[in-house]
Design a protein around this ligand. Sequence first.
Ligand code: SF4
Length: 243
Amino acid sequence: MKLEHRTELYRRLAAINPNPRSELQYSSDFELLVAVVLSAQATDVGVNKATAKLWPVANTPAAILALGEAKLRDYIKTIGLYRTKAKNVIKLCEQLLSLHGGVVPNDRKALEALPGVGSKTASVVLNVAFGVPTIAVDTHIFRVANRTGLAPEKTADKVAAKLGKATPKEYLLNAHHWLILHGRHLCKARTPECWRCSITEFCAYKAKTPAAGVAVTQALKGKPVASKQAAVKKVATRKSAAR
Ligand code: SF4
């Protein structure tokens, strides 16, 4: 994708959401770190539900250690892989206290040395808590980067490296959030909502989802459409709402 198109793509995402924020609920670096650890292979909504009950009871390394692994497990048991995550969070709290005075380190190597913290989690914490311009590639960013042609690659690491180079400097700090939110709420896995997408003209994805009316017309003409069923359903819903 040409530089001018990449720049315009980000400019539009930025115009829609000038101050993008993580959808995880947290009020300290420690809460952020634990929430990101818990969010691996889980949704932010699910993590927020669990932490809404956990934070008022324990939101520091010492308080989580005092709570103990069994009780921590109870608070997070609705989250996937909760047993392993509970173990990791307990060890993470121990290490934060013994090695970092209970403070979340502002350093990739130190973060990645913590139990349950991989490069993706470290990137998110560095970006969100410390303003480091990193892009952690999750499933949403991977999809958006490939569909749009912004950074088409086969692995998350390669996408991350390519995105780092493809993203104009002025947009690097918030690129992570813009792309993740775009993927989560608009460029969805099953049916991307291309008909209302602000970056559609820069997007290389061929099977763009047309607006419902157009999709139905195409379907009636026997032309293949990306989401015929969804389109028909949408039109029916709109008609009944208009009645
Ligand atoms: S046009 Fe469609 S596929 Fe492309 S970024 Fe927008 S929603 Fe995603």
